[in-house]
Write a protein that binds this ligand. Structure first.
Ligand code: Z5A
Length: 208
């Protein structure tokens, strides 16, 4: 595949969405066609699954159900959006991807990572992100930002320890995959985060 898959990860209120538009513009200025998308979601079916996952109609959903719904949305997303875009040589910029499943369903909910790996291998085959930016910040800072935004979704109502496990799982994965991950210190003003993102992208672009 000629295109590249770049994913952006982090806990609640990390500032991913805020920086994604800048990242798209930056990559387009570097001469790439960019498809900006998100998970769960990115397709009509995926957005319906997202509404089931984030809404409160199914509070207490079993972790296995949650994980299978996420991978169902991911399968559709890969088939309809991500693989065609990469095959056409476009760069895909995705707000969350499978690292989020390892962090939230694995770290947060306690699902064994081996189970997630089975689904990852089945649904994605050998497709993995080329680059992942992890927006890392203390849980308290992220939750305060998310709280200012309005009503909490099903994940945002979780207990504090859940978000600490999510953060730990992300950091552990980043530590084990230093070639793919770049950690962004997200607990700083928007302009400072943006400057770091630009530096990281510029350095990475020189290598690919
Ligand atoms: N999920 C999962 O469990 N498993 C999976 O495999 C996948 C997802 C793929 C998606 O919801 C949920 O799905 C997610 C995990 C789960 N959990 N939750 N909730 P989402 O997309 O709605 O949630 P999110 O990805 O966490 O988005 P977010 O909370 O909006 O975070 P964000 O995109 O990183 O932040 P933001 O929208 O850019 O900024 C949040 C607020 O902070 C906003 O008011 C900004 O103006 C402000 N902000 C942003 N940057 C800054 C800085 N630098 N300083 C101060 N204030 C800032």
């Amino acid at each position: 595949m000629a295109g590249k898959l770049i994913t952006v990860e982090g806990g609640e209120g990390a500032g991913k969405t805020t920086q994604l538009a800048f990242m798209r513009d930056y990559l387009e200025r570097a001469g790439h066609r960019v498809v900006l998308t998100r998970e769960p979601g990115g397709t009509a079916l995926g957005e319906e699954i997202r509404a089931l996952l984030l809404g409160h109609r199914h509070d207490g959903m079993a972790p296995a159900t949650e994980t299978l719904l996420i991978f169902a949305a991911r399968a559709e997303h890969l088939e309809r959006i991500i693989r065609p875009a990469l095959a056409a040589g476009h760069w895909v910029l995705c707000d969350r991807f499978t690292d989020a499943t390892y962090a939230y369903q694995g770290g947060g909910r306690g699902l064994p990572p081996e189970r997630i790996a089975v689904l990852e291998n089945w649904v994605q085959s050998d497709l993995r992100p080329d680059l992942t930016l992890l927006f890392d910040l203390p849980v308290a800072v992220g939750l305060a930002r998310a709280g200012r935004r309005g009503a909490a979704d099903r994940f945002e109502r979780e207990e504090w320890a859940f978000f600490e496990r999510v953060r730990a799982a992300y950091r552990e994965r980043a530590g084990r995959n230093p070639d793919r991950y770049r950690i962004v210190a997200a607990d700083r003003p928007v302009a400072a985060v943006r400057a770091e993102v630009e530096t990281l992208l510029a350095a990475w672009l020189e290598r690919v």
